[in-house]
Design a protein around this ligand. Structure first.
Ligand code: NAI
Ligand code: MG
Length: 352
């Protein structure tokens, strides 16, 4: 089991150091860890935010654990040399087409949610967002009309093949959860959504143990805050997923607690190749202070164990240890406590 760790910038190295300790503590057979440079640090050391040797390391691994990239001292560099290009480049080069973001409210953290506690307590969902298609990647442009108005356009499209692979991934994820998929589209007005919906229905036939329902995106946005308990796995396109996943994250609270996975098609000896990272950035405002909450990075390790290494029991163990630490009152500064980064790492490891 080869894991490439890319700590990156700002608090990235601080939180991934704790995540690495957790991974090492699990005593996985034949675990090999190696580290590579990404982001601003990679630019300074190698002249590029995603050096060729880092990319090679990712390709040679079974999974990547990513910290965060972003460095204010690189603000004046041309766009292609900015630290953020490292994550975009990795997603493109590694064919990572699915973004998974779990949203779960840990016991006792209801006060962090923007929702009423009795509603917040119901949240336990996984948003599966398609990453490589949709309106972000279609033909686009700006033209001047005869009357002098400017007009912008972006073409939205999904092919059956693109929908099929993300839908299959969502159904497989639902099999390991509560067995329900909600497909979100806008099939009442968009042809793209009609193809999306037809294809998801076709894929559902191969997963008789999973129930499927469909929801228009406007209604989904409403139900997410009205009745979040109705969702288990939500599968949707790039644009709708971008919006709904951010909405779901404020429903559960701190940015320091949320993990994500980006999965591709490559199957390894152990599972699906993927890249795992906290959803937060490099947090330059607190970098180097030892205040960063490493729980999101640690929960990214749990996702890595589940999806790329086929180690569900270890994944659950890590998640339970984080939940226990929170229940015991271990709180970072981001959630009203005073525990530091290493202290939180210690607390989770003690409870593994
Ligand atoms: P951010 O997520 O880095 O920080 C937002 C706020 O949340 C800050 O006040 C920060 O101190 C706090 N915060 C974030 N993570 C935390 C943690 N683990 N524990 C405690 N507090 C935490 O977002 P921001 O400030 O918009 O971006 C900073 C840099 O990160 C930028 O260069 C941005 O481009 C980059 N970024 C990189 C991402 C990635 O690597 N995938 C994702 C998002 C932003
Ligand atoms: Mg977003």
């Amino acid at each position: 089991m080869k894991i490439a760790i890319f700590p990156g910038d700002g608090i990235g190295p601080e939180v991934t150091a704790q995540a690495r300790r957790v991974l090492e503590r699990l005593d996985l057979p034949r675990l090999v860890l190696f580290e590579g440079d990404v982001g601003g640090i990679a630019y300074r050391r190698h002249g590029h935010p995603l050096p060729a040797e880092t990319l090679e390391m990712a390709r040679a691994s079974d999974a990547v654990l990513f910290g965060a990239v972003g460095d204010p001292s690189c603000d004046d560099l041309p766009r292609a040399m900015r630290p953020e290009q490292a994550i975009l480049g990795l997603r493109a080069e590694l064919g990572l087409f699915a973004n998974l973001r779990p949203a779960t409210l840990f016991d006792g953290l209801e006060e962090l949610s923007t929702l009423r506690p009795e509603i917040a307590r119901q949240i336990d969902m996984l948003i599966v967002r398609e990453l490589n298609g949709d309106v972000y990647f279609g033909d686009k442009g700006i033209r001047t009309l005869e009357n002098g108005d400017r007009e912008g356009w972006d073409m939205m499209s999904y092919s059956t093949g693109e929908v099929r692979r993300i839908a299959e991934l969502a159904f497989r994820a639902a099999q390991g959860r509560r067995g329900k998929v909600t497909s979100v589209d806008k099939a009442n007005v968009l042809e793209t959504s009609q193809v999306w919906r037809d294809t998801v229905i076709e894929v559902a036939a191969s997963f008789p143990d999973v129930t499927l329902d469909h929801m228009y995106v406007d209604n989904a946005a409403m139900q997410l805050v009205r009745n979040p308990g109705a969702f288990d796995v939500v599968v949707t396109g790039n644009l709708f997923g971008d919006i709904l996943s951010d909405q779901a994250s404020v429903c559960v609270g701190s940015i320091g607690l949320l993990a994500s996975a980006s999965l591709g098609e490559r199957q390894t000896e152990f599972g699906t190749f993927g890249l795992y990272e906290p959803i937060h950035g490099s947090a330059p405002d607190i970098a180097g202070k030892g205040w960063a909450n490493p729980m999101a990075a640690i929960l990214s390790v749990a996702m890595l164990l589940r999806h790329s290494l086929g180690r569900e029991a270890d994944a659950s163990r890590v998640e339970a240890a984080v939940a226990k630490a929170l229940a015991d009152g271990v709180r970072g500064r981001d959630i009203g406590g005073s525990a530091g980064c290493t202290e939180i790492g210690d607390a989770v490891i003690e409870r593994l």
